[in-house]
Every structure is written in structure tokens, then in C-alpha cells.
Design a protein around this ligand. Structure first.
Ligand SMILES: Nc1nc2c(c(=O)[nH]1)N[C@H]1C(S)=C(S)[C@@H](COP(=O)(O)O)O[C@H]1N2
Ligand SMILES: [Mo]
Length: 418
């Protein structure tokens, strides 16, 4: 099943199974299911279904959100790129973006249990009589530390509108819905083996302990998204530390999934249960959300798993530079395909290659810089374009998808020479 870490194979296989009635789909409305099965556009069900701050007036995020570091959208907060200027390789917790479907829950580590159940485990334990792990059980298992980005699939979404004049649904993120951290925890494969994983398991369905996600009057249940077993066993971590400290409340305390290279929704926070199944599983988070739908995609869309190539300058929008001065432009580039091979920058005087700063983690980002001689006063546009180790270069335009995922086009960053 190694093909199942390849998104196209995974999607084709699951869709076929679902149509043949072989995949379970708890929590998906019959209407939504029929639409997908009929190949109708799911865009309609998605449009306008992202409520801004549902329950309370205050943000449902626990940590402070100083306006010079974060821009807040309802239940979410994005990191301002200028707030990464002068920072090291890792994004400090105090600057790491937060994407909450509802609100950060408060979970008592002592009472917390990770519950595994399903037909893919020996003896097929049920949800009422699951295999349980305490926090200390997990802490006693062999630990592993990885440096990995977590990035929302909708990162950069606002540029579909501001650069390409297109209407998309969802939070209008700029490029700050990404952070890179050092995560310490236990491999999901270790825990699955302990829980009695069988050779027949095909999917796992990790589920959060935060409140049910209710949208457009429909309760979609707990935030959850299935992973094919091949990816689950490859490089997924059950993380209990972030940058050397216990996982903070907003980022999934006490334990979250970290699914390297895949879109942020895969990395379920406040992990409570994992179903392990010998039959394929689906949830609204891979049938209704996180699918590419639009004129350039098949009618039923394609599932989104792996991240794309992007670049950002560590500068505010409309940053000012002294005319005639020598400056250094700094930024970071990253890709779900692996390391970055090359970054080019254009400040209005042609593409030039940027110099890499420091080493990069395979699943993190690459820092870079380039000198720039600002000329006469006036408006300029900065552009950065990265190429990853697989040879993929950021395009000029990202083909439209109605929910605005995976914006990988070169972003035009306005600055002023004064
Ligand atoms: N339980 C749960 N897990 C979740 C979410 C959520 O709302 N609830 N949001 C997901 C999404 S869409 C993203 S992009 C990442 C964001 O992780 P962060 O808030 O730690 O930056 O968490 C994912 N895991
Ligand atoms: Mo996300």
C-alpha cells in the first residue's frame, strides 16, 4: 500500500471504495454524500460556511495575541511575517499561528486517555472498550524529536482574491498560517503496534477532544480526518512537547498529531481517540472540506494532502526603504515535497538568486537573504520564487479552487522606497 502516501492514488482508491459502499462515512449528511457520489459540485455546500467566532465574543485562543505579532480572524490567528524578522529557525510558541474550528479546550493531563479501537486492531476493541494509554504511558515509550512545519491548507488564500481577482470561501489568510517547531513525542507506529495493529488495517481516524464543529446548522461532530495506514506508519508523531516545553493549550495539549508535509488539518490537536479500521474511513474533512474543486478539477474534486511550494518576505506590507540605501531582504521558503533547492528574488530589476542562511530541516523551511540597492523613491514590488528538490517551481498563477487551498503562486509584495 505504499501508493497510499501518494495523494492521487489515495484519493482515487477511496473514492471508488466509497462509491462501491465500502467506505464508512459517519457524520456526513446524506445530501453531501449524494452530491459527491453524483459528482456534483461541493462548492455550494462549502460557500459561506466558515463562521467568524461562533460561541463567545472574545477569541477562543488562550495565549496572548499582541497585534504586532498576530492578525486575528474569528477563532483563528495568523503570524505576521514581519514578526519573524530577527527570529531564529523555529517559530516560538508565542508567535505560532493558531487555527481552531471552535475553541481551545482545557484538558487535565492526569485524567486524559488516548483511546484506540476498531476492526484494524487485534480483537477489534469497540469504542466503549478501547485500548487506553495514559499520558505517562506515552512518556515511557521511546521518544523521537522532529523539526516540522505545520501549515494550514488555506495559507495564502487571500491572494486568490487580491492577485487573481477570484472569489473563494474560507479564512482570508495571508502567508502567516504556517509555523516550524521541534516536536517531541512518540511515533504513531509505536503506539499502533502496542495497541495490536493488524495487517488488515487500511485507515486510521484521529479525533480531537474540542467541541463538535457546527456549521450552517449542521453538526459535523468532532474534528477528525482519516489517514491512510501507509502515512500513519511512515513519519507521524504523537507530540507532547513543542520547542522543548510541554505542548501549550492552543497547540493541542496534552497530545497532538504531527503529520509532516501534509496539510495542517491532518495534525489533529487535543487528540482523544483513534479509530483503526480494516475498511476505508471518510469524514467531512476529506469529502466536503480540503478538496480541490473548480473549473480545472474533476467534478468530485481531488483530496488535498501534501503541501505545495511557497515563499514569504520577513517584511510588513508596504515596508519602507531609504532611497539609494543598501538593504538586505530576508525571507523563508518551504515545500511539502522536501527541501528547497533554489530561491530567486525580483525587486523590479530582474531575477537574482538568494543566498541560503543556515541549514534547513527536511520538513521545515529554508531561510534566505539577498542584498538590495534601493534606487529612487517610489513604489516597488518584491517577488520571491522557490524551487524544491523535486524540481517544482512556484508558478505565476495558481489554478482556481473554490475553497482557496494550496495557493502556491509567487506573491507580489508591495514596498515603498522613500
Ligand atoms: N482537534 C482539532 N485539531 C485541529 C484543528 C482543530 O480545530 N481541532 N485545526 C486543524 C487545522 S485546520 C490546522 S491548520 C492545524 C493548526 O495547528 P495550530 O493551531 O497548532 O497552528 O491544526 C489542525 N488540528
Ligand atoms: Mo488548516
Amino acid at each position: 500500500m505504499t501508493g497510499m502516501t501518494d495523494e492521487a492514488t489515495y484519493d482515487r482508491t477511496r473514492l471508488a471504495q466509497w462509491r462501491a459502499g465500502e467506505a464508512r462515512a459517519d457524520g456526513i449528511s446524506r445530501r453531501g454524500m449524494l452530491r459527491l457520489a453524483a459528482g456534483g459540485s461541493l462548492a455550494l455546500t462549502a460557500l459561506g460556511t466558515f463562521p467568524a467566532g461562533t460561541a463567545s465574543a472574545a477569541t477562543p485562543i488562550v495565549k496572548p495575541l499582541p497585534p504586532e505579532i498576530f492578525e486575528v480572524y474569528g477563532t483563528n490567528a495568523e503570524t505576521r511575517w514581519e514578526a519573524l524578522s530577527g527570529q531564529g529557525y523555529l517559530t516560538p510558541v508565542e508567535r505560532f499561528f493558531v487555527r481552531n474550528h471552535t475553541a481551545t479546550p482545557s484538558i487535565d493531563t492526569g485524567a486524559w486517555r488516548l483511546k484506540l479501537f476498531g476492526t484494524g486492531l487485534r480483537g477489534a476493541p469497540t469504542a466503549d472498550r478501547p485500548v487506553e494509554f495514559t499520558y505517562h504511558d506515552l512518556r515511557r515509550l521511546p521518544a523521537e524529536t522532529i523539526t516540522s512545519a505545520i501549515e494550514c491548507a488555506g495559507n495564502g488564500r487571500s491572494y486568490f482574491t487580491s492577485q487573481q481577482g477570484q472569489t473563494v470561501s474560507g479564512t482570508a489568510w495571508k502567508l502567516g498560517a504556517i509555523g516550524v517547531a521541534r516536536w517531541r513525542g512518540v511515533r504513531l507506529s509505536t503506539v499502533l503496534a502496542k495497541a495490536g495493529l493488524t495487517r488488515h488495517a487500511v485507515d486510521v481516524l484521529p479525533e480531537g477532544l474540542d467541541a463538535d464543529y457546527v456549521t450552517g446548522g449542521v453538526n459535523l461532530g468532532k474534528v477528525r480526518r482519516p489517514l491512510p495506514i501507509a502515512k500513519a506508519l511512515q513519519d507521524v508523531l504523537l507530540a507532547y512537547e513543542m520547542n522543548g516545553r510541554p505542548l501549550p493549550p492552543d497547540h493541542g495539549h496534552p497530545v497532538r498529531l504531527v503529520v509532516p508535509s501534509w496539510i495542517g488539518i491532518s495534525s489533529i490537536k487535543w487528540l482523544g481517540r483513534i479509530e483503526v479500521s480494516e475498511t476505508p474511513l471518510v469524514s467531512p474533512w476529506n469529502t466536503q472540506y480540503y478538496r480541490l474543486l473548480g473549473p480545472d478539477y474533476p467534478a468530485e474534486g481531488t483530496v488535498v494532502t501534501r503541501q505545495v511550494v511557497k515563499s514569504a518576505f520577513e517584511l510588513p506590507w508596504n515596508a519602507e526603504f531609504a532611497a539609494g540605501g543598501r538593504h538586505v531582504l530576508r525571507g523563508r521558503s518551504w515545500s511539502g515535497n522536501g527541501r528547497i533547492r533554489r530561491v530567486e528574488v525580483d525587486a523590479g530589476d530582474g531575477w537574482r538568486q538568494a543566498k541560503f542562511v543556515g541549514a534547513a530541516a527536511d520538513r521545515g523551511w529554508q531561510r534566505w537573504e539577498i542584498p538590495w540597492r534601493a534606487g529612487v523613491p517610489g513604489a516597488r514590488t518584491l517577488r520571491a520564487r522557490a524551487t524544491d528538490i523535486t524540481g517544482v517551481t512556484q508558478p505565476e498563477v495558481t489554478p482556481l479552487n473554490t475553497q482557496g487551498y494550496l495557493f502556491d503562486a509567487v506573491v507580489r509584495h508591495p514596498v515603498r522606497v522613500v
